[in-house]
Structure formats: C-alpha cells, structure tokens
Design a protein around this ligand. Structure first.
Ligand SMILES: Nc1ncnc2c1ncn2[C@@H]1O[C@H](COP(=O)(O)OP(=O)(O)OP(=O)(O)O)[C@@H](O)[C@H]1O
Ligand SMILES: [Mg+2]
Length: 393
C-alpha cells in the first residue's frame, strides 16, 4: 500500500488520477495543476511518491533545487523524444521516468516499484469516532468536519469522514463539495464492498481528509443497511488513522451498528433544558441498555458559555457524567464558513471554536497514540440488532 500525489496539467491530471484510483494498493494523496502548491501539500502529507508532469517542470525552473532536496521519491512523466526531459529528470533527482506515450500501461508497476510503501505504517486499526446527539441542530456536522480536519493535521494520518445522516446529510456541502459518488453509489446492488470500491467513493476535501458523502436523495437512504455500515467502517479503519462518523438523531439500525463498531461516541449537547433532557435519555440507553463504558461515550458541550442560565456544572450533574469537551459559541463564524462552503477550521483557524476543536483533536491524538487499543477492537459479542431490540423501553 502506498500514497501517490499527482502534479500535472489539467488534462493529464484527470486521467492519471483516474488511473491511480484503479491501481491496487495505491491511495491517491492529492493532486494539483500548480507545482508550487503540490510541493506545499506534499511537505505536509509526505506522499509515498510524487508524480510530476514534465510540462509543469518546464514552467517552474526555479523549483528544481527544492524538488531535488525532497525526501520522498519523485517520478517524472515526460515525452521520451524530448532530449531535455532526461536532463530535467537528473536536475530534480527523479527516481524514475515514465513515458508520456505509454504511461497507461506502465504506471501501476513503476509507482509500486518506486513508492515508499506504507507497510508497517498502515493504520489497520484506525480509531472510529461517532458524533451523535439525540437532538438535531446541535453542531454534530460542524464538529465532525472540523474535528476530521484537525485530527489529520494533529496526527499527520489520513482521516475519513463518513456521513451517516443518510437522508439529509450535509458533510459534503459543508466542505463546498458536490460529490459525484455517494454512499448510495457505493452500496447500490452490492452484497459486499471491497477496499478498492471504498477508495473510489472517497473524495479528498483537505490535506489527508477524505469524505464518503451521504446519498443525494432521501429515498436512496432506504437501501443502506447496518451490515453495509459495518463493512464500510471496517474498510475505512484499515486505511485511515481516524474515521469520523456523522449521524442523524435516533437509534436506527445503522446508527446502532456504528455505535457498536466505534471506539468513541461523542454525544453532543447544548446548554438548554430540552436538549439536556433528551441527551440524558440517550446516555441512559448507552450506559444502561448497551452497557457502553463512560470512556466510550463522552459528552461534548457545544455552545458552552452561552448565557442560557444553564451552567456546565449543572449539566454534569443532570447527566450524571462529566463533560469531556467544551466547545464555545463562535458567533457567526460557523455559519459564514458553511455559507462559503469552506470548513471553519480552514476559513477561520483562529476563531474560538476552531481553536477548541484543534485542542480537542490534540488530546484525542495523544490519547490514541498513548494507550493500548481497548475492548471495542474485539469482535462484537452480541448482535447489535438483537441487543437493540431487547431494549424497547
Ligand atoms: N459553537 C457554535 N457556535 C456558533 N454556531 C454554531 C456552533 N456549532 C454549530 N453552529 C451552527 O449551528 C448550526 C447547526 O450546526 P450543525 O449543522 O453542525 O448541527 P447538526 O447537529 O449537524 O444539525 P442536524 O441535526 O440538522 O444535522 C449551523 O448553522 C452551525 O454553523
Ligand atoms: Mg448534521
């Protein structure tokens, strides 16, 4: 398994990106039509291999020295009849050379041979974090998207965000993306999905951050089953350090499947009596019905500090659990970012909420790296559906 970054002029970029997605073991790290941007992104992501189109190289003579000094392998894709291409390949210390005439046949073998493979570094056991609430509109999607980006930065590992709000999911619009492929396309007519299918359905939305978007039409949600969710989460966990699952309120089969599968459930509440009442009921189901630990189910207080008359200490008392994370009200910034189709944390990195989410991500990364992965990694002992149905009250 290895990651690939593609820097190429637009026509070739599209074709190479499409081809990379079909190469077994290759994960597309990113792509750009600007060489300078590609180098900046690669500095953050450290791809297994960087593929550079010679056309971009000829337009950026000033960057040769910088490219020659980078630590990951670089491959040049160039015309074999261009005498200058070999000289340029030498100047940038390219590890290999692909002919622009025959690249389609050669790409897989050359990438696989030259790239630094992730073996031993692959996160076959990424941490699955579900973001849930019994209430709508409390900030689940805002947290999912921005926590995903913050985790990717803090951990320097790939992060997937799965939108399980299957009827009205809005992870994709929140990152300004209209995905061509959704969760519905991934599972449509299939009993089993595999790693290659999942990789094709993922859309890169930021450095090391990939989303699997909710269906485009609410009717398509009917076809998504709990066993699909389990399969997809397992596959996502194998190639990402963290998997964030955004959800809709409710104990639906697919939500329960995700809860069971997850390592951590962030239960979001806001400081108002109505939300607290339903969150209290939800926690009871988690702790008493499903027997999840207090370490697995954690309370996130969003819009903390809002002058609602309900204090954080009261909340912890009412919920009989500590508040693990507090996220402040951030005025109009989250709405402005969403309206601009850009994640808050990228658009307003110094806003109160962005900083709190970055802090939260730092804590989660430290905790993940520091501790032995716990019981939730063991096979599910009780069928999640059976257990759920035993708890009708
Ligand atoms: N801490 C915050 N400060 C200010 N605005 C916030 C904050 N958190 C969320 N918002 C805003 O609240 C609204 C609801 O947020 P979001 O869509 O993330 O909630 P949700 O729980 O996912 O909602 P739904 O149940 O509809 O999916 C959005 O307009 C978002 O920008
Ligand atoms: Mg939402």
């Amino acid at each position: 398994m290895f990651t690939v970054y593609v820097a190429s002029e637009e026509g070739l970029r599209k074709r190479v990106v499409g081809a990379v997605k079909n190469i077994p073991g290759a994960i597309l790290n990113g792509s750009s039509i600007e060489l300078r941007q590609a180098l900046e992104e690669c500095a953050a992501e450290n791809p297994g291999v960087l593929l550079i189109d010679d056309t971009l190289l000829t337009q950026n003579v000033g960057l040769y020295e910088q490219i020659a000094g980078i630590s990951y392998p670089v491959i040049l894709i160039a015309s074999p009849t261009d005498a200058g291409a070999a000289r340029r390949a030498l100047s940038i210390k390219a590890k290999d050379f692909i002919s622009s005439d025959t690249w389609e046949q050669d790409l897989g073998a050359i990438l696989s041979r030259t790239a630094t493979h992730l073996e031993g570094e692959v996160h076959r056991d990424g941490r699955v974090i579900v973001v849930f609430s019994s209430k709508g509109g409390v900030g689940k999607t805002t947290l999912s998207v921005n926590l995903g980006i913050a985790l990717a930065k803090a951990s320097r590992q790939p992060v997937a965000i799965l939108d399980l709000d299957i009827q009205f999911g809005d992870v994709a619009p929140m990152v300004g993306d209209a995905p061509l492929v959704t969760l519905y396309d991934l599972i449509k007519g299939k009993k089993h999905v595999d790693q290659e299918m999942v990789k094709r359905a993922l859309k890169r939305v930021a450095n090391n951050v990939y989303i699997l978007a909710a269906p485009n039409n609410p009717e398509e949600a009917d076809d998504i089953r709990a066993d699909h969710v389990i399969q997809i989460l397992q596959l996502l966990r194998e190639i990402h350090g963290y998997v964030i699952v955004d959800t809709a309120p409710g104990y639906t089969d697919i939500n329960v499947a995700a809860f069971d599968f997850s390592d951590t459930i962030l239960t979001v509440c806001t400081p108002d009596v109505i939300t607290l009442r339903t969150v209290g009921q939800a926690l009871q189901v988690f702790y008493d019905g499903f027997h999840y630990s207090h370490d697995k189910v954690r309370i996130v207080l969003n819009r903390s500090g809002s002058k609602t008359g309900v204090e954080t200490v009261d909340i912890a008392q009412v919920l009989e659990s500590p508040v693990s994370y507090q996220l402040p009200s951030d005025g109009a910034y989250p709405v402005r970012a969403a309206n601009e189709g850009a994640p808050l944390i990228n658009q307003f990195p110094d806003s109160l909420l962005s900083r709190s989410i970055q802090h939260m991500a730092g804590d989660l990364v430290q905790e993940t790296e520091g501790r032995q992965r716990s019981a939730s990694k063991q096979p599910l002992k009780i069928s999640f559906l059976t257990r759920f149905k035993r708890k009708p009250q």
